[in-house]
Design a protein around this ligand. Sequence first.
Ligand code: 3PY
Ligand code: MG
Length: 254
Amino acid sequence: MNPNPIRQALLNRQVTVGTWIQIGHPAIAEVLANVGFDWIAADCEHTDMGIAEFAAVARGMHGRGSVPMVRVRENDTLAIRQMLDLGAMGVIVPLVNTPEEAERAVRAAKYPPAGVRGFAFHRGNDWGVDFTDYAAQANNQIAVVVMIESKQAVENIDAILAVEGVDGVFIGPYDMSGSYGIPGQTGDPIIQNACARIVAACRNAGKAAGMHVVIPTPEAIAKAVADGFTFLAVGVDTIFLDQAARNALAVAKA
Ligand code: 3PY
Ligand code: MG
């Protein structure tokens, strides 16, 4: 099994820069992996991407240096297991609100005795050719990141971070704004204060704080780094496409 530099970076609180895929086609993964992102997460929560599309996307990244990660569709044992078996090197688990829910995510991602992941031949271990080494190393190489995206999760942040096997957290600013009753107002001081509280808790726990800079302006990226986030997603495939297309059209029309 190849070592996973992203898990180590999460635990060392080193900055990594990833991006986000919502279009489940391998060509998207090929293009973005060639750009050189440290990691790329395929979003299976808010898209039509299922397990077959994730496998195609992971194949598109293969050999290009970006670590394949996935935002699973929900905090579900099989949803996590299937993505790991297909070669994900890290899972980002949505809507984790309590330490018990964080434990559930970790247990799904770890082989016994730490968890309940089932042993098998699969793409992740080269269809069994790498079975023994993968089985020995997976629990230490696969990253588990839980999403903090509700008021309840913010209130439980220290207990969630205390769960062994949680390597870091990733903020979902839109769900969080919804849970505070101000959907979409991610710049509101209530949300900004919640984010600051999460970053401080991560610093204390020695774990990574992650943020998605959805519209990756230089100012927004600089703010995320200055705020103390180390696990950074910048942009989304759909946004890159939209912005480049709008710019090209505007130039052509002008
Ligand atoms: C959120 O903002 O809730 C997200 O999940 C972003 O991906
Ligand atoms: Mg969300």
